[in-house]
Structure formats: C-alpha cells, structure tokens
Design a protein around this ligand. Structure first.
Ligand SMILES: [Zn+2]
Length: 320
C-alpha cells in the first residue's frame, strides 16, 4: 500500500510539474520553485548526475540545471538543462539502480558496500566465479534456470570467466530478491548490483538484488510482459546485472545490454552487443597485462600479450 501511495504521489507530482512547465504562471526567475523538483534532484543525485545529497528542496539552481543537461545528453534528449516533458518521461522509465556516472569502487575503511566498478572486486587472474541463490527466496527452478542461462551466455560469448553453482553463503555472486524501501526513486529501480564485504571476512561478494515487488516474466511464460503493467523480463535484467559484475559500467548505446533503462521498445534484450564484448575484452586484457607487468616482469608480460592476441582471435571467431 505504501508503495502504491508513493507511486501515485510521484505520478501526481510529476503531472503537476508537467502542467506547470506547459503553463507557466509567471516568467522564469533565476531561482524558481517547482513542485516536486526535490524528487527529480533525488533521482539525479542517486544516479550520479547531481553531486549533492538530500534532503532536497524544490528550488531550481545551477547545479540542478547542469545535472539535467548531462542527463539529457546521455539519454540523447535535447540538452538544454530544462525539465521538459521528454526528460520527465525518460526519468519515469524503469531502470537499474547502479549510478550512470561519478561513482567509485570503494570498499576501504568502514565501507562494507560499494557499487561495482570494473572487475577488481575478485582476485586478478581468477577465471571461475561461483554463484548461489538466496535460500529464503525459494526461487523456483524455472527462474534459477534463467540466471544459469544468462551466466552461460556471458561466459560463452565473452570467454573471460566461467561460473559454477554453489551455496549462497559460499558463493562469489549472490542472487536474491529484495523488498525495496518504497520511495519514489526506488519505485523506478528494478534491480541493482553491489559489492559487499562481510564482517570478519576478507572476501568480497557481488550481490545481485532484484525487486521482489515486481512481476518477473520468464521465457517459459511464452508471454512478453510490459513494464507499464509492472512486469519485467527476468533474463533481460539478469544479463544486465551480470554485466556489472563482469566489470561493465552503463553504456548509452541503445543496443547495449548495459543501457541503464528498459526502453519501451526493448523490454526483452538479452544479446551481448559487439561493443559490450569489446569493452569486456579491453578490460580483461588490460587487467592481465598489468598483472603480468607488475608481478612477473618481462617474460610473463609476453604471455600477457599472447593472452590478448588469443582473446582478439576468439572475438573475431565469434563475429563470424
Ligand atoms: Zn546497471
């Protein structure tokens, strides 16, 4: 019920805002008050566009304008820094909870949680990662199969990592469904991935957290869901979140599996794009070469080169 209220509130606030923008009561002032702007600021802050933290007010300012402009540029909207209808519609599109820009991988000191960034969260040179499902979720077999297929697709296409199933507690990659706290921005997020360092442990795990309140469509349902009805294709979101764990950031190319939002026309998207694959190979080639250079000197760095040639070959072979 709380979620529904939040959703309705968001809708009415945004409708009000749209109305206000379409029918301005007075000419714009340098610092204008727009009802519901605090929600937009929260959104821009959560996804890395606004470098400020809440609580936010409804007053326009230069920081918000430039944050909106960067957001518009990323999502290929006309970039003027103004909150037009096109921009608000983009903001309402369901998306991944991982920020788009301006965030770091940081698990040092008191930080026990970080957004994924690159592939540094597991030991260098590791080629097999384990995964497990949250037992309390009692995820049905046809849903765990979706994740197995998604992991297999990543490993056969990119050929950089293999995945083996184990228990949730022992797994490098932990997969589960979570209840979100239910604020307005949360409502838009379908899932995310975090890297977590458990207490009294030196081992990181990658946690894929999907929103338990959404209705998840399985390929076996033989039915294409629509997020307008709160339905989401599980494999699409699984592919995207695994991409984060492999080390990919968001991409603003529409065909990328790492596009941050679920476009109305792409509610099922499970194929790794050519540029996604290239990005993975750059990431793992660089990592391997750096490791060889740093730890083993000249001889091993030649083998680093061989690795990259081999990966290049595998990649070309896949394209044919
Ligand atoms: Zn994402």
């Amino acid at each position: 019920v709380a979620k529904k209220v939040a959703k309705e509130t968001a809708k009415s606030v945004l409708n009000y805002t749209i109305n206000k923008i379409e029918n301005p009561e007075e000419p714009s002032l340098p610092e204008e008050e727009i009802d519901g702007l605090y929600i937009i600021k929260e959104y821009l802050s959560d996804f890395g566009y606004l470098q400020q933290h809440g609580p936010f007010n409804n007053l326009t300012n230069n920081e918000t304008t430039s944050a909106i402009e960067i957001y518009q540029r990323n999502f290929n909207l006309q970039a003027k820094g103004n909150l037009n209808i096109e921009t608000l519609q983009q903001i309402l599109i369901p998306r991944c909870g991982v920020p788009d820009i301006n965030f770091e991988y940081n698990l040092s000191g008191t930080n026990t949680m970080s957004w994924p960034k690159g592939n540094m969260w597991f030991p260098k040179g590791k080629t097999n990662l384990t995964y497990g499902f949250a037992p309390e979720n009692k995820i049905p077999l046809n849903a765990t199969k979706v994740f197995r297929n998604a992991l297999t697709r990543w490993s056969t296409t990119t050929k950089v990592l293999n995945f083996t199933e184990t228990s949730y507690d022992d797994a490098n990659i932990k997969i589960g469904f979570y209840n979100s706290v239910g604020d307005v921005v949360d409502e838009i997020v379908v899932g995310d991935t975090i890297i977590s360092l458990e207490l009294n442990s030196s081992v990181n795990s990658g946690v894929i957290r999907l929103d338990a309140s959404k209705y998840w469509i399985l390929p076996t349902d033989n039915y294409t869901g629509s997020w307008q009805d709160g339905e989401f294709d599980l494999e699409t979101v699984a592919m995207h979140q695994i991409g984060h764990l492999l080390g990919l950031d968001h991409s603003f190319e529409n065909d990328s599996i790492m596009y941050p939002a679920i476009l109305p026309s792409q509610q099922r998207k499970v194929q790794i794009s050519v540029s996604d694959n290239e990005t993975i190979h750059r990431l793992y080639t660089i990592t391997n070469t750096t490791k060889a250079d740093a730890n083993y000197g000249y001889v091993e760095s030649s083998s680093g080169l061989i690795t990259s040639l081999f990966l290049g070959f595998a990649f070309v072979a896949m394209l044919n």
